[in-house]
Design a protein around this ligand. Structure first.
Ligand SMILES: NC(=O)c1ccc[n+]([C@@H]2O[C@H](COP(=O)([O-])OP(=O)(O)OC[C@H]3O[C@@H](n4cnc5c(N)ncnc54)[C@H](OP(=O)(O)O)[C@@H]3O)[C@@H](O)[C@H]2O)c1
Length: 324
């Protein structure tokens, strides 16, 4: 089988597609013939050595795949050989075959394509756990989403709308904002041509946003956190801008506000039941036609560096995928 390999931390351009040994299926695990893999910002970070996890070399990036089960380990009755599944992992997904614990697989609904399946768990899982489990977003509240046309950002716009919030989408280009509107945002802010802090104030008549979903960090955090509403929740999702910001603690005090972190992957180890419940809800919504993953571009495995560049260079709208 072939795998995209990282032999040393550096540029995504150094990744190579190589022959690799087919992984042995172990007890409690399943082997999957991968058909599509999701590309996520953590993949950009992990190959540069900038992610919290630093796997031993050589490793393949890739946190999510969709494909067919081709072997099952001892003790596994579900899924079965031939089943179509989605799987999540800490790394290793950019490959034609992967072995993952059966507990980290999800059955793919019959109507779901491999591409939708591979683009589903990370962005919807993160946005859903963040908004519902961590920030406790309520219908009627105002949700501000930064980076609103990126992978997790667009999922947050779509889910926030579904949950009954008023969604303000903030992003860097008119094209990105138009996509966020198509996914339910009723107001938009272009933060490259205007001041985010002032625009949120105007759009909320000075009260601010109840929940702020922030996958960007940096200067946008500094502006947005000053527009958190009374008893608001500021969701720390990521730092795509490259800078981890700091919070002046008086803002939390004065607004009775909370800074709420989310590391979705940690739930896989610490409390998988939370993730299972979240996916049950998300897949029900998908089956009911309520969620429509937006696929920006699909690349073959050998073009993994170009796929990662779409994210690094801020061109991606919604999901970027690899097909294996
Ligand atoms: N906490 C978790 O469990 C979790 C899970 C998944 C992802 N994440 C994090 O969430 C963030 C977004 O991930 P994603 O997969 O959705 O990525 P993505 O699709 O590339 O979206 C990132 C967005 O950030 C904005 N951005 C601002 N400055 C940027 C820069 N210098 N480089 C790249 N993008 C920049 C872009 O929007 P504009 O151009 O509109 O500004 C872009 O759409 C990442 O930091 C990732 O690590 C966290």
């Amino acid at each position: 089988m072939k795998a995209v390999l990282c032999h040393a931390f550096g540029s995504p351009d150094d990744l190579t597609l190589e022959d690799a040994a087919s992984p042995d299926v172990t007890a409690g695990a399943v082997k999957i013939r991968v058909r599509a893999c999701g590309v996520n910002f953590p993949d950009v970070l992990i190959v540069q050595g900038l992610y919290q996890l630093k796997p031993p070399f050589p490793f393949s990036p890739g946190l999510e795949v969709a494909g067919d089960v081709i072997a099952v380990g001892a003790g596994i009755s579900q899924p079965r050989v031939g089943d179509r599944v989605i799987a999540t992992m800490m790394y290793g997904g950019f490959a034609e075959e992967v072995v993952v614990p059966a507990a980290l697989t999800l059955p793919m609904p019959a109507e779901m394509t491999y591409q939708h399946g591979a683009g589903f768990p990370l962005v919807y899982g993160t946005a859903h756990l963040g908004l519902v489990h961590r920030a406790k977003l309520q219908a009627g509240e105002t949700l501000l989403v930064l980076g609103a046309a990126g992978g997790v950002g667009l999922a947050a716009v779509e889910l926030g709308t579904l949950l009954g919030a008023r969604v303000i989408a903030a992003a860097s280009t008119p094209e990105k904002l138009a996509l966020a509107r198509a996914y339910g945002a009723t107001d938009t802010i272009n933060y490259t041509s205007g001041n985010l802090r002032d625009r949120v104030k105007d759009l909320t008549s000075g009260t601010g946003a109840d929940v702020i979903f922030d996958p960007v960090g940096g200067d946008l955090f500094d502006q947005a956190v000053r527009r958190i509403a009374w008893e608001g929740r500021y969701l720390v999702i990521g730092f795509a801008s490259g800078r981890i910001p700091s919070l002046p603690a008086n803002i939390a005090l004065l607004k009775n506000a909370s800074l709420v972190g989310l590391f979705w992957g940690a739930y896989l180890q610490r409390n998988p039941a939370v993730i299972r419940d979240s996916f049950t809800q998300l897949l029900n919504w998908y089956a009911a036609g309520e969620l429509k993953p937006h696929i920006h571009k699909t690349f073959p495995l050998e073009e993994a560096p170009a796929a990662l560049r779409e994210l690094m260079e801020r061109r991606a709208l919604g999901k970027v995928l690899l097909t294996a």
